[in-house]
Ligand binder design. Sequence first.
Ligand SMILES: Nc1ncnc2c1ncn2[C@@H]1O[C@H](COP(=O)(O)OP(=O)(O)OP(=O)(O)O)[C@@H](O)[C@H]1O
Ligand SMILES: O=P(O)(O)OC[C@H]1O[C@](O)(CO)[C@@H](O)[C@@H]1O
Ligand SMILES: [Mg+2]
Length: 560
Amino acid sequence: MNYEKVNAQFTDFLCRLLDDHHFELVHILTRMAFALQSSGNFYSTQHKWLHSTRGQSFYGSSHSNAKECTCKKSKGPAPICVKATSTKVELDFNDPSWKQKFQENWDKRFDLPRITDIYDLKPRATTFSLKKNRNSAGDENGTPMDKWNGYVNNDDRALLKVIKYASPNSAGAECIDPDCSWVEQWVHRAGPRKEIYYEPEEVKAAIVTCGGLCPGLNDVIRQIVFTLETYGVKNIVGIPFGYRGFFEKGLKEMPLSRHLVENINLAGGSYLGVSRGGAKTSEIVDSIQARRIDMLFVLGGNGTHAGANAIHEECRKRKLKVSVVAVPKTIDNDILLMDKTFGFDTAVEEAQRAINSAYIEARSAYHGIGLVKLMGRSSGFIAMHASLSSGQVDVCLIPEVPFTLDGEYGVLRHLEHLLETKGFCVVCVAEAAGQDLLQKSGATDASGNVIFSDIGVHMQQKIKMHFKDIGVPADVKYIDPTYMVRACRANASDAILCTVLGQNAVHGAFAGFSGITSCICNTHYAYLPITEVITAPKRVNPNSRMWHRCLTSTGQPDFH
Ligand SMILES: Nc1ncnc2c1ncn2[C@@H]1O[C@H](COP(=O)(O)OP(=O)(O)OP(=O)(O)O)[C@@H](O)[C@H]1O
Ligand SMILES: O=P(O)(O)OC[C@H]1O[C@](O)(CO)[C@@H](O)[C@@H]1O
Ligand SMILES: [Mg+2]
């Protein structure tokens, strides 16, 4: 089957549906497409494409197996898949200047949307300075009078990629052209600027946390409040229970101050509450307008970012001077271009505790099999990293790598081998793995995310049945830590990440950016346009060194 053609036809179909306002259906279908990818049907599309094209544009999807949505026009609510504001140019790799064209286009795509794109505004000297005895008001030209070199220049950049792959066949190679030439990909450096576009005394800032819980939400809220107050902002509020808090009657905004949030990082969860669903962009923006909010800080995952971008666009359409800045939150680590999202590290740490328990149970039982199911909506990052960190996993199963349970090359046969040779074993399975082996639940959550069928319970039953059938004793211990991996406070590494991302979000808003996200790219802190990070969920690359390291650690064979 020509999967690329099917993929393109599917995208066109989605775009047509979007024009007909069938948003919910499109949402479900898009999720189905990702599920289809995870079943392996679209698995090597990018790789094959990379080897078969010359003189065609195919850059931009190097972080994911999914290709970018190419919707031409869209009425109604924002699609899950949003086209970048700067379009991609068609590249001819036989043209000697293709690299220059690529880079010019890249710079346009990664340029940050600013409120000055639509308003003619004059900046003022920043009120943010950590220098003692400062005169933050600046001189008569608005230039800060102190000589503190603590500001980031608007032209500062960080490199997104630092590996030069000599060949497209190098492990994990992410290439722009068929020869895998070295191309610089710069992103904007995050941090405080010398000039700002808001009068802090007049600013009303709001914070909202959306989607599922994630360790570190309170750390980010706290740092946003601290930093806003350092600029001199007095009016800071929290929107309760995600986007819902903007329009649901009876939900009142919560006043925030350093005093109120000082200790919230000591507990997990969200001080403001979270929710899924209910994203009606126009109602949210009506509410922003009515509440006279100037800066909105949005903490959430892929869906939340799509919502934040829709809010940013709607504010522009209505000519509202509002900065919308997102902070990428998700234990799943499934947001494109960034090293990691906050909460992921803590989730992995908690997950490996479950694996350790499974190991102890399995090790101590006669023919013990420890089975652990871990969260991860469409990607196997938590399962892969928890397997790597525990070092006790014999089989790691993720949605990006298809597998079979039965047959000569199936997982069950390998478990037999493990019981024969080492006497026990530990299996770690990601919740979205092996969905092709199960009957689809067909259910979705309030945000339209597909609810997966339970691969953990299915495997537990299959393993028990298999060993009963072959007459070999097996003591199966199943652990599903579910919410335990995310309903906890951030660990040290996440707490630091949250601190930096939260502070930078405020610096970005004062610098006049909107429609951006505050993140970590290639170990440096950066701002990215939201449009560039929501084209598809990030997924584990089965050809990456990290997955290969996981396989080296588990020693598992291919299961198909
Ligand atoms: N395409 C979209 N446009 C506008 N809003 C959206 C879109 N997708 C999701 N949302 C809204 O964003 C919020 C959060 O979405 P979702 O439940 O998918 O969580 P998430 O941000 O992806 O985080 P998590 O990692 O916990 O899943 C919900 O209120 C949802 O309605
Ligand atoms: O909080 P809910 O709605 O049960 O959602 C669970 C999902 O949220 C996440 O924890 C974060 O996206 C996923 O790993 C999981 O599939
Ligand atoms: Mg999501």
